[in-house]
Design a protein around this ligand. Sequence first.
Ligand code: BMA
Length: 376
Amino acid sequence: MFKQLISAAAIVSLIASCNYQGHTDIQTQTPAQRLEHRLDTLRQHGYMYGHQDDPFYGTTWAYQADQSDTKLVTGDYPALMGFDLGGIEMGDDKNLDSVPFNLIRQEAIKHYLRGGIITFSWHPRNPLTGGNAWDVSDTTVVASLLPGGANEALFKTWTDRVITFLESLKSKEGRRIPFILRPWHEYNGSWFWWGAKNCTPAEYKALWNLFQDRVQAVLPHNIVWSFSPNLQGDWTEAKFLERYPGNDRVSLLGVDAYQWGTEADFITQLTADLTFINQFAQKHQKIIALTECGYKNSPDSTWWTRVLKPMLDSYPLSYILPWRNYPKEHFGAAPDLCTKDDFIRFYQAPNTLFLEDIKPGKGMDLGRDSSEIIWM
Ligand code: BMA
């Protein structure tokens, strides 16, 4: 079902979009620039609903072709799907959440070709200890990966394995598809080995640059780079800039925002962070998003429209990405949850965008006339 698109809260978005100075000459745009432009343009209509691991499993099913919790609730797929590369660095067949990489490749391409947008995160293992991404027992891990460090060669191998996977994201005709890449996330917390207490700002930036430069050298035209701190609540520009890779290295600024504590704290922190990130993004012509979000196993049947939506409506966000759903842990919409009816109200709002809402030729003028040009 395609919703009638009107622009109530979109006025805020429009103002922001006008500020954004992406590359607008379609003939010379790379696929990444076209994706960036599309992300920016869609903000005039609202924000997209995304969901991590949406096509693989949900609260009541697993690995059924074309299934989706989002579709079970709304009849439509999410506009954006998120996938995680954790484990690819080891040469594993499945990622850290047991999803086969072959399936991730297949579903990412499928979603892109049906008109959707895809984003990748990466929870790599700890290269020094052999533990997982959350192993913070050693604070020399990042230093060990940098030039001259004991794990320099290993990290090169890991990066190459990521690149090999990303390079394989092609249509049947062999065209590479564009996507958002969001490495080294939640770095302002200290639960990952690349987190705040586990490396210095200089080491963090060196890690970002090393990885990005190597990936860009092989895939220069297909990646929109996303930088996403966790909820912070008290950003100042000086503090934010400490680990910010730089305007030439980042196109999308996100916040990973979960309601772990009280609703009041969540609202206070997220409002503060979105206000800061939005101001920074406007100044530097960046796109903003809730790059991860949710209320785990929410018992609150009004959370989507009462708590989350009013905040989303106040900022020119490109998308939100609730994390994955499985029987024990769920963040997105699902048919068996007490949040279902409220989510349908969220879906029915004119400024929440799902797959059908972002397809060209459905009332959404993206300023393009050829689907070939838009997608590739
Ligand atoms: C976390 C949890 C974990 C999962 C990880 C990566 O937030 O969902 O169970 O392994 O993300 O997807």
